[in-house]
Design a protein around this ligand. Structure first.
Ligand code: BGP
Length: 471
């Protein structure tokens, strides 16, 4: 749909950007922090360990001052469970509480809303060794951790996110270093049992926050992107519906309405993989309500009908093999989209389509908690960093978000990935996403100096004009 006049972004729109603890903080064995699954995983070959990252743990004041200079209205960061509870349960680490308390106060000093992710891929190693999310007890362990956060920070934090990309933990947990599976048993059955526990933990956390901190807001933060059919052949359309249900709607249907998506349920049933649901679980799921839907968006996916030969689940088409789920869907290349230096498809119009679809299904305000472009940025001899490709990517997505607002979608904020360079989940330090350059290489820590990229100055203008000035 074309418009003669675009609606403005609403007043009070939350412009900012995001990070996560294990990718930005470093200091992963300092001040009483316990190890998380990220700290004990084998990092991808050729990439840095997570002991220093952007050294945000020691430099957060300087970093937040730079975010304030950009004009941030919010900063989305995650709390490392193992800084608060080094063993995942039991004794609280006062230094961990003090760290996040000061980080929150520093944001507030500049008028930046802290937007806090409770759990971003970093399950305590002590809990993972016991079986992680496979155990029923994981639900209460998570809720106990949430209670500590709400008690300590609920007086200052208005916005909370439950679990970052729960759908990716379920679909590609092994690649993220989070899946803890027993190789002897059905993988799908185990994964969807973990998933049920996370869904229940999330529902209980949402209820708990509403009871403990009236007025505070909380929502899920999956990675949502519309799945296109490769062609208009009906079999491809059905495959797209299948993958949309498995990748996207399962998570949002449960968070919002408290029921299992019927297509996913039928698929699990067919595979003998239905989760064990205890009496009362679905009642809790139905009672819990998010205040908004947060989601991360990088690009759309495209699928075609399965020919029965696909390997593995996965979320991206690999060049030489058919990836997907036999009988359900096969990943496909879109063919019409450009890609980043790292091969990720770029689809700003798909962002608008995704916003429209999510709003039409759930009618809740939406918060974009990640969106961005990873690239090999270079610090020039004169101290500048030119990243026009990132500006183009973000500009195109913000334009489409504005069109979605004009379409009638309620969008409350935009928090791209990432505020500052940090370690990528899969591709190390050299895959940079930030507005702020960190002067280190993959293994050479150099001086860790913070440098404003061209995109820093550009985003500053975007925020100052509430999204009107995108040039
Ligand atoms: C999301 C994660 C982030 C971040 C981002 C970019 O899935 O929530 O933690 O890593 O993707 O991905 P990558 O680092 O692999 O480029």
């Amino acid at each position: 749909m074309n418009y003669k006049t675009l609606k403005p972004f609403p007043a009070g729109f939350l412009w900012g950007a995001s990070t996560s603890a294990y990718q930005v903080e470093g200091a992963n064995r300092e001040d009483g922090k316990g190890p998380s699954v990220q700290d004990i995983k084998r990092v991808p070959p050729g990439t840095s360990e997570l002991d220093v990252c952007a050294d945000h743990y020691h430099r957060y004041r300087e970093d937040i001052a730079l975010m304030a200079e950009m004009g941030f209205k919010e900063y989305r960061f995650s709390i490392a469970w193992t800084r608060i509870l080094p063993q995942g349960t039991g004794e609280v680490n006062p230094k961990g509480v003090a760290y996040y308390s000061d980080l929150i106060d520093t944001c507030l000093k500049y008028g930046i809303e802290p937007f806090v992710t409770i759990f971003h891929f970093d399950l305590p190693a002590a809990l993972s060794e016991k079986g992680g999310w496979s155990r029923r007890e994981s639900v209460d362990e998570f809720v106990d951790y949430c209670r500590i956060l709400f008690e300590n920070f609920g007086d200052r934090v208005k916005y909370w996110l439950t679990i970052n990309e729960q759908n990716m933990l379920t679909l590609v947990g092994e690649a993220i270093g989070t899946a803890n599976l027993n190789k002897e048993e059905s993988v799908i059955k185990q994964l969807y049992q973990h998933n049920h526990h996370m869904l229940l933990a999330q529902a209980k956390a949402m209820k708990l926050l509403h009871e403990m901190v009236p007025g505070a807001k909380i929502g899920p933060a999956p990675n949502i992107s519309l799945v296109y059919p490769k062609t208009c052949k009906p079999a491809d359309v059905l495959a797209a519906q299948n993958f949309n249900a498995i990748r996207n709607w399962l998570y949002l249907d449960m968070a919002v309405w408290g029921y299992y998506n019927p297509i996913v349920w039928a698929w699990l049933e067919e595979n003998g993989a239905l989760p064990v649901i205890q009496p009362g679980d679905m009642e809790i799921m139905r009672q819990a309500r998010p205040d908004f839907i947060a989601f991360n968006y990088y690009s759309t996916s495209t699928v075609e009908a399965s020919d029965g030969t696909e390997k593995d689940g996965g979320d991206r088409a690999k060049k030489d093999e058919r990836v997907g789920v036999p009988g359900v869907y096969a990943m496909a290349r879109n063919g019409s989209l450009p890609t980043t230096q790292f091969g990720w498809e770029i689809d700003p119009e798909g962002f608008r389509a995704t916003l429209r679809e999510v709003y039409s299904r759930y009618h809740l305000p939406m918060m974009i908690t990640e969106n961005g472009l990873g690239a090999y940025d270079k610090l020039e001899a004169d101290g500048s960093v030119h990243d026009p490709y990132r500006i183009d990517y973000l500009r195109d997505h913000i334009r489409q978000m504005r069109l979605a607002v004009t379409d009638g979608c309620q969008v409350m904020g935009y928090s791209p990935w990432s505020a500052i360079d940090l370690i990528s989940t899969h591709e190390g330090m050299v895959k940079r996403y930030g507005f702020i350059f960190v002067n280190r290489d993959e293994f050479d820590l150099k001086d860790m100096k913070r440098v404003r990229k061209d995109s820093f100055y550009w985003y500053q203008k975007v925020i100052a004009s509430n999204g009107e000035d995108l040039d």
